[in-house]
Design a protein around this ligand. Structure first.
Ligand code: FEO
Length: 188
């Protein structure tokens, strides 16, 4: 692919050339995805705060780690964009919901949200294929695989919560189990 070049002037004295090895279309799409990953982090932090408010500290901790993972996703896209000579342009992040009817309602939303993210990643992959951008395809494949795990882990908790139903004891056990999760950077 031909490099996109543009010239800009800093303080009217130096001419800097912006070089990019990635198409403007892919650059814009990746910037949008960075925003989506940061929104995911916001959403999960909001869910974590909700769980604290209903005294489910283990659920809250699990969700905070989920938010940290989302930040590593945003970071992975940013690093890639920079490596390819693109420019990271941060946009404002929407405010997430703050209240849910039950732990099951929270995880139903996590699962639905991850399905949406999977669709966004698939669209990015479609664009990379269309543009014959092999490097972006390679990078995106990691996210395709990651989304399989993301959906499976959310669905696993949804199924457990359905089994637990109204049982306070079951919820207490799950809270203890979820508190065991430790943060590991999925990208390393
Ligand atoms: Fe970044 Fe949960 O997908």
């Amino acid at each position: 692919m031909l490099a996109n070049t543009a010239t800009c002037t800093v303080s009217g004295r130096h001419n800097l050339e912006e070089r990019s090895m990635i198409s403007k279309k892919m650059e814009a799409a990746l910037n949008k995805q960075i925003n989506a990953e940061l929104y995911s982090a916001y959403l999960y932090l909001s869910m974590s705060s909700f769980f604290h408010s209903v005294n489910l500290a283990g659920f809250a901790s699990w969700m905070r780690i989920q938010a940290l993972e989302e930040m590593t996703h945003a970071e992975k896209f940013s690093e890639y964009l920079i490596e390819r000579g693109g420019r990271v342009l941060l946009q404002s992040i929407d405010g997430p919901p703050t209240k849910w009817a039950s732990p099951l309602a929270v995880f139903d939303e996590v699962y639905a949200h991850e399905q949406k993210v999977t669709a966004l990643i698939n669209k990015l992959m479609d664009l990379a294929i269309k543009e014959n951008d092999h490097a972006s395809r390679g990078m995106l494949q990691w996210f395709v695989d990651e989304q399989v795990e993301e959906e499976a882990s959310a669905d696993g908790i949804v199924q457990k919560l359905k089994l637990v139903g109204e049982s306070g004891n079951g919820l207490f056990m799950m809270d203890r189990e979820l508190s065991q999760r430790v943060f590991t950077n999925p990208g390393t």
